[in-house]
Design a protein around this ligand. Structure first.
Ligand SMILES: [Zn+2]
Length: 101
């Protein structure tokens, strides 16, 4: 049974680890969090009518329409985070933004 100080110390370590993980996540983003949020909203708004083409059609469309210059970087970041098509971006990637901060 850890004493009070020990519990507090462990809690501190956990907090720091989470902070570090969040920071690393934040730093890995190729575009701002705000833009990602807009990507998710855009896919969400169009996916049901357009359907998923098993690629990042809507994502690419958004990036193009919003003149995001590092499209390739964003696409490979999404793929690295489990988003190989538009619906996967919503299912796998969006929640990672909700878990942080
Ligand atoms: Zn899909």
């Amino acid at each position: 049974m850890p004493d009070k100080d020990e519990t507090e110390r462990r809690r501190d370590i956990k907090r720091q680890l989470r902070k570090k993980a969040n920071l690393e996540f934040e730093q890995s983003l190729p575009v701002s969090r705000e833009i990602f949020k807009n990507i998710f909203d855009f896919i969400d708004a169009h996916l049901s009518e357009e359907g998923c083409d098993d690629a990042l059609k809507l994502t690419r469309k958004f990036l193009e329409e919003n003149q995001i210059i590092n499209t390739d970087e964003v696409v490979s970041w999404l793929q690295n985070n489990g988003g190989y098509c538009d619906c996967e971006v919503l299912y796998n990637v969006e929640e990672q933004f909700e878990n942080t901060i």
